[in-house]
Design a protein around this ligand. Sequence first.
Ligand code: PGA
Length: 254
Amino acid sequence: MRKPFMVANWKMHGTHFDTMQWIQALSYQMEPSDYDRVDVGVAPPFTSLRTAQIVIGADDLPIHLVAQNLHWADKGAYTGEVSAAMLSKLSVSYVIVGHSERRQMFGEDDRTVNRKVRAALAADLLPIVAIGEQLEERDAGQAEEVINRQLSGALARIPAEQVGRIVIAYEPVWAIGTGRTAEPAEAQKMIRHIRSRIRSRHPEAAEEVRILYGGSMNPGNVAALMAKPDIDGGLIGGASLDPHSLAGCVKYWT
Ligand code: PGA
């Protein structure tokens, strides 16, 4: 059984002080037993990671700390970059790789994504690999082709026993930050396709890999999305900035 995983992607929002308040506000709305049903992650900006680590540690909260990006090298002359080892030392356990905003605005391609996935795994950080087609690609009937390319690019040369540890986030680009969610059936169809692609090469890992949906997830649509058999959680952007609506998504069954 795959445990659902809900991740708040705070993108470039919030000072370290806001991060502290948002984590506390979320935790006040969670019962200890909720964490048995769902894994919860928060992905604040780099400048907030240390504070988040302290807040989570002080109250021993079962919340996973997630980074939004990493560099593939261990260390070196890469001004402005942050390595997997640095993140691990801050109790970061997951890292988002290949978010569409990074692909579109910061030139990340399938090769970069693959280097980052391998660097993360080597440092025992679990990658949350974001893949998704653009609207023009979907309209041109190329959505599956794009997904296939991004998926095999991300998973290239990953040892079979590591594949099951990776989390995939299917985020159709046209649904991110637009208020236009993919229909649950549409999201399920693509996520099932992703799982079957993984199954063709890694039959066992395919049952373990958690595949999240991302793109305008909110408390109003989360239950219908989570009712689909292959959707294992969500990567939540806009709705996660309000602790109330974040809690509404995380506790999707209430
Ligand atoms: P959104 O963002 O929920 O605001 O659409 C999701 C994401 O980009 O991860």
